[in-house]
Design a protein around this ligand. Structure first.
Ligand code: FES
Ligand code: FES
Length: 223
């Protein structure tokens, strides 16, 4: 290379200004047909498919018209402004989005809102209020069942549901050989809560809070 010129290969000799001019011309040529094509194309038929859905949230009937791809989690948070339910992984792996639907806990990030026509949804906002806490909320406070609190709404919804599952005899996946070597109630609750991840590691305190609400002596649990 000498002066302003850049030599590429043997007999090709280009100036820097020439390269820039050539590039600008190429870009103009490349984009021009697309712009012309766009103006001649028919209007894009990509209207978002929507559907109406009605369900009950925390005892109140709601009616929404939603993009059919909207998850129950996004319907709650983005459309109903119930932001107590948290989005963690958005892939069914952390449990932060747990809500109770018709008495059963679900990961609301894995469920389309339009699937819940007629359902009764309970979120953390519907379990208790600051003045009238749900017994599980009060127990979480007494036992320090949280640190940062991000997972806590999901943990509490799940914990309430777990005790109902146990009371109703819904089977768990606890292995008999594990139960034989530890407190069944503690292990069973931990197993049932295993879909709710806590990055702060408040698991022991959560189990103690659950044990207290379940009426297990002194809320005593084993690690
Ligand atoms: Fe739903 Fe993580 S946000 S499981
Ligand atoms: Fe922080 Fe559970 S309290 S993630």
């Amino acid at each position: 290379m000498k002066g302003d010129a850049m030599e590429i290969g043997g007999d090709l000799n280009l100036s820097r200004r020439g390269v820039l001019a050539a590039g600008a011309t190429s870009a103009a040529i490349a984009t021009a047909p697309a712009a012309v094509g766009a103006s001649l194309s028919p209007p894009c038929a990509s209207a978002t498919p929507t559907m109406p859905v009605r369900f009950t949230v925390n005892g109140k009937p709601v009616r929404l018209t939603l993009d059919t791809r909207t998850t129950l989690l996004d319907a709650l948070r983005e459309h109903l402004r119930l932001t107590g339910t948290k989005k963690g992984c958005d892939h069914g792996q952390c449990g932060a989005c747990t809500v109770i639907v018709n008495g059963m806990r679900i990961n609301s990030c894995l469920s389309l809102a339009i699937q819940h026509e007629g359902d009764e949804v309970t979120t953390i906002e519907g379990l208790g209020t600051p003045e009238h806490l749900h017994p599980m909320q009060a127990a979480f406070i007494r036992h320090d069942g949280y640190q940062c609190g991000y997972c806590t709404p999901g943990q509490i919804c799940s914990a309430v549901s777990v005790l109902n599952e146990i009371a109703q005899g819904v089977p768990s996946h606890v292995q008999d050989d594990i139960v034989a070597h530890a407190s069944p109630s503690n292990i069973e609750m931990r197993e049932r809560m295993s879909g709710n991840i806590c990055r702060c590691g408040a698991y022991s305190n959560i189990a103690e809070a659950m044990a207290e609400v379940a009426g297990i002596a002194g809320g005593e649990t084993q690690a």
